[in-house]
Design a binder for this molecule. Sequence first.
Ligand SMILES: *Cc1c(COP(=O)(O)O)cnc(C)c1O
Length: 365
Amino acid sequence: MNARLAPLTGPLTLARPEILDLEPYSHAAWDPALERLHANELPWRAGFDATRAGLNRYPEPQPRALVEGLAALYGVTPPEVLVGRGSDEAIDLLTRAFCRAGEDSVLICPPTFGMYAVAARIQGAGVVRVPLAAPESGFGLDERAVLASCASETSRVKLVYVCSPNNPTGNCVEGSTLLRLADALAGRALLVVDEAYVEFARHASLAAHVARHPHLAVIRTLSKAHGLAGARCGALIAAPEIIALLRKIIPPYAMTQPTIENVLAALEPRELAAARERVERVRAERARLASGLASLRCVARVFPSEANFVLAEFHDASAAFARARAAGLLVRDVRSQPGLGRHLRITVGTPEQNARLLAALAREA
Ligand SMILES: *Cc1c(COP(=O)(O)O)cnc(C)c1O
């Protein structure tokens, strides 16, 4: 009783009480100095097994080297980092830890990434929508409407998702706006900023601000700028108490051994430099693709992008989609998203692919 009445502060007051009380699964002890007769593994490895540690062994839970490597990459401390199977896992864990089924909600700002709402529905949580500003005014965030939706006593919004740069519109929200929003949400909801594409943007990441804004959480991924979508590795950057809570509910051996070893290789300085160079190539190619699209008669409008894709409005999106497909190129049909009835999202490819796409689109039907 007294504990409940005590003026609890910090983001954990928003978490589901049964998750706060949860006794996590106790996995096999991790002590590389000792030989393993405690985890019912096979003592021999397969002939094809090229991993360092051996696929016959369970991987290290929340691998220390990986957590430390990602903390260094993102300019934060290891207790602020949760490593998971892509950022999708961070979205899933946040939803499960903070949203009570049938009671709580997440808030999204459409048009945006689809996983936030899907994870909420899987959990049985509600989805509150605060649309971005109209395309003509640049898809800006309606900060006041977001706050109003979270302020009402009945809303029970626990997670506010802002994707910046936003998928599929490509624009960013100012960092200062997001920090102000996170502070204004204190005690009501957590602001989750999805920075899947931030490496391609002019804006800096907010990751390092988590230390001074406990209601801010930042999602990063290796899937896009680091070219590791197939490895499945992402990170949640948040206050250490949030990370500790989510470590209780992430499956004990979430990261596979090949992923751990491949991502550690990607974090070597030479590989990071190569990744930065590839990001620069994408940015240059993005500018060429955008201006090429803008010069086409079938294109009504090209939106400025801070990501590795370009959103374009077509006079006839179906015809454009079909012409790209006939040239062997798949683009993303985003027409089911609010306000994007004639739009396609085009990932920046190689110069050859982009040229082929522009040529295909230029062909009149
Ligand atoms: C691609 C993408 C991700 C990355 O998801 P992973 O699970 O890390 O591959 C996250 N958020 C957005 C908005 C994306 O577009």
